[in-house]
Design a protein around this ligand. Structure first.
Ligand code: ADP
Ligand code: MG
Length: 626
């Protein structure tokens, strides 16, 4: 059969360009990537051979061979792993498998720059070879088949595939070096690179026919902690997490007793782009007695720890456990419970030890951990310890314990407010009364924030209360800024009640109630949810997701010391007493009441129920004022 030429998918071409020209500062990591792939390929075959031993036959000694040829100016990386069929060569090396990559590259191009290291998470490892090679040849024979295929490319838009022959299974990758890259032919240079980046690889890596492996050749996670350097931990993270950055936290422990396993888990240093994609690959690999089983074990870690990367190696699960058997396996459940406890405890330790480092972890993964606060009642207490929130008190993150320690005298609840952004929350009239009393309010802007406070109920015996709810009893807490107390005199009670009567008549069913507010200081009005009703922000979310159709009627709170409200109260009192001329005045009071309601809606980010009526009333008022 003759050679078949194919074009890379557009995004691959672009990616190759980025990788070759700007992704890595160190060209030498090409070798790390190829060794990492060879090791994965051996892991995969070892697993397949558990059920189909013929796949490996006699050849069960997995290894990776590296050699260089000064005459041909080539470097070769060879493994006896699972190999690739023709289709797999095309699929794995000619496209980017992970969804979202193309759009990510486009958005990065649109932004003209963007964080280039972000690209690492898309599995671009293989393409690193083109940093030093003008041509790359991948000869592969899939375990259990006779035929071999050769994939070849100069990394510039096209690749070719043709039938070939290969005596043994696995993959041999040959790099034809670019001009000026001859340093990589030197065996000593190669040895140094392998030691530096690939020492943790559990298979022997052999250099140029030597008998002794260059690397340690044992599973890193089973070595004593004292013998593992920080660099080795980091390089193992790069391999196991297919990542390129420094991990934010490394956790390595051995569980002994009823269940035995070793965990080497990492909190990534970067937020993956697909953290909220339900189809995203699982990050923790399951091994049984050093044999890789799967990186798709559902239930190995709870969903809210899905950002973790690393390895769990079990001593108890049977070696012949199939991926299907893992579902609802009681042993796996036990492991998950142990892992969850350990990871959460380590996170708590980190949060106490290094506040800043922990704040970064929270910024990246807090939204996911909050899902745990909502879902996992068993670990809720620990998760609440880990919780960090923005608040009205300071610009940084605050723990709930710190919030409680700052609660004002007479304050009985933990106040929070949901909104779309910190800016919109900061502007919200609901917070005025809290500010005036120096009461801190948690500012919550993530989707999950609409759910956890009500699910949790209390922290340190203090109930969570939304600041947008009516009946806060703020009056019981003294105001701290008394400076302008004098001029904030309220309108007389009977005129206020006249105004309330008039407003209620104007609104009819549109609002549930009109009340005097104790939370407003600067704004004339605001909307509040009644005690038993759905929170305003949550209701909008539910409506957007078609969970509910009709909005509940709200309570309109009025600020009795606001000049406008005072004047309106005066007017309403006059109207009721019959001292003001009824017709025109009544109509204008009606219009003003509606304008105030619409204003309150706008401040809450709600759409106007009737923009045309709003515009008409507004024009009318302006006309009168001109
Ligand atoms: P990643 O390793 O993150 O998946 P790479 O670009 O390094 O991304 O590799 C792409 C894919 O090519 C791998 O997922 C694997 O399916 C395949 N592959 C690469 N090298 C080998 C190899 N030596 N043996 C078998 N498959 C390989
Ligand atoms: Mg790889």
């Amino acid at each position: 059969m003759t050679e078949e030429r194919m074009a890379f998918k557009a995004e691959v071409s672009r990616l190759l360009d980025i990788v070759v020209h700007s992704l890595y500062s160190e060209k030498e990591i090409f070798l790390r990537e190829l060794i990492s792939n060879a090791s994965d390929a051996c892991d995969k075959l070892r697993y397949e051979a558990l059920t189909v031993p013929e796949l490996t036959g006699e050849d069960t000694d997995f290894k990776i061979k590296i050699s260089s040829d000064p005459k041909a100016r080539t470097i070769t990386v060879e493994d006896n792993g699972i190999g690739m069929t023709r289709d797999e060569l095309i699929e794995n090396l000619g496209t980017i498998a992970q969804s979202g990559t193309a759009s990510f590259i486009k958005s990065m191009e649109a932004a003209q720059k963007g964080d280039i290291t972000q690209i690492g998470q898309f599995g671009v490892g293989f393409y690193a070879a083109f940093m030093i090679a003008q041509e790359v040849e991948v000869l592969s024979r899939k375990a259990g088949t006779e035929e071999a295929w050769c994939w070849r490319s100069d990394g510039r838009g096209e690749f070719a595939v043709e039938a070939d022959t290969k005596a043994t299974r696995g993959t041999t990758i040959t790099l034809y070096l670019k001009q000026g890259e001859d340093e990589f032919i030197s065996p000593e240079r190669l040895r140094g690179i392998i030691k530096l980046y690939s020492d943790h690889i559990a298979l022997p890596i052999l250099l140029n026919e030597e008998e002794a492996p260059v690397n340690h050749a044992s599973a890193l996670w089973l070595r004593p902690k004292s013998e593992i350097t920080a660099d080795q931990y980091k390089e193992f993270y790069h391999h196991v997490g297919h990542a390129f950055e420094e991990p934010a936290l490394t956790m390595h422990w051995k569980a002994e007793g009823k269940i035995e396993y070793t965990g080497l888990l990492y909190v990534p240093g970067m937020k993956p782009y697909d953290l909220f994609d339900p189809k995203r690959r699982h990050g923790v690999k399951l091994y049984v007695k050093r044999v890789f089983i799967t990186d798709e074990a559902e239930g190995l870690v709870p969903p809210y720890l899905r950002f973790l990367r690393g390895v769990i190696d079990s001593e108890d699960l049977p070696l012949n456990v199939s991926r299907e058997m893992l579902q609802n396996n009681p042993m796996l459940t036990k492991i998950r419970q142990g892992v969850t406890r350990h990871v959460l405890a380590d996170l708590v330790k980190e949060s106490e030890k290094d506040k800043e480092a922990y704040a970064k972890i929270w910024d990246n993964f807090g939204a996911v951990l909050k899902e745990g606060v909502y879902e996992d009642t068993e670990h809720r207490e620990t998760l609440l310890k880990l919780m960090r929130c923005r608040t009205t008190h300071e610009s940084g993150l605050t723990s709930l314990a710190d919030y409680v320690s700052r609660m004002k005298e007479g304050q009985t609840a933990i106040y929070y407010m949901n909104g779309d952004t910190l800016e919109s929350l900061a502007r919200s009239p609901h917070l005025e009364g809290f500010k005036a009393r120096g009461i801190e309010v948690l500012l919550l802007t993530e989707t999950v924030d609409d759910f956890w406070p009500t699910a949790v109920g209390t922290f340190a015996e203090k109930p969570f209360k939304s600041a947008t709810r009516a009946g806060q009893d703020l009056d019981k807490i003294a105001k701290t800024d008394k400076t302008d107390e004098a001029k904030k005199e309220e309108a007389p009670a009977d005129s206020v009640s006249s105004l309330i009567t008039a407003m209620k008549m104007a609104y009819g069913e549109a609002v549930k109630d009109v009340r005097v507010s104790d939370r407003l200081t600067d704004s004339p009005v605001c909307l509040a949810a009644d005690e038993g009703d759905v929170d305003i922000h949550l209701e909008r979310f539910l409506k957007q997701h078609n969970q509910i159709r009709t909005a509940s009627a709200r309570i309109l709170e009025i600020n009795a010391s606001h000049p406008l409200i005072k004047k309106l109260a005066d007017k309403a009192a006059g109207l009721l007493a019959g001292t003001t001329e009824m017709k025109a005045s009544g109509a204008s009071l009606n219009d003003m009441a509606w304008l105030l309601l619409d204003q309150a809606r706008l401040m809450d980010g709600e759409p106007l129920a009737d923009p045309a009526a709003f515009a008409r009333r507004m024009a009318e008022m302006l006309g009168r004022a001109v």
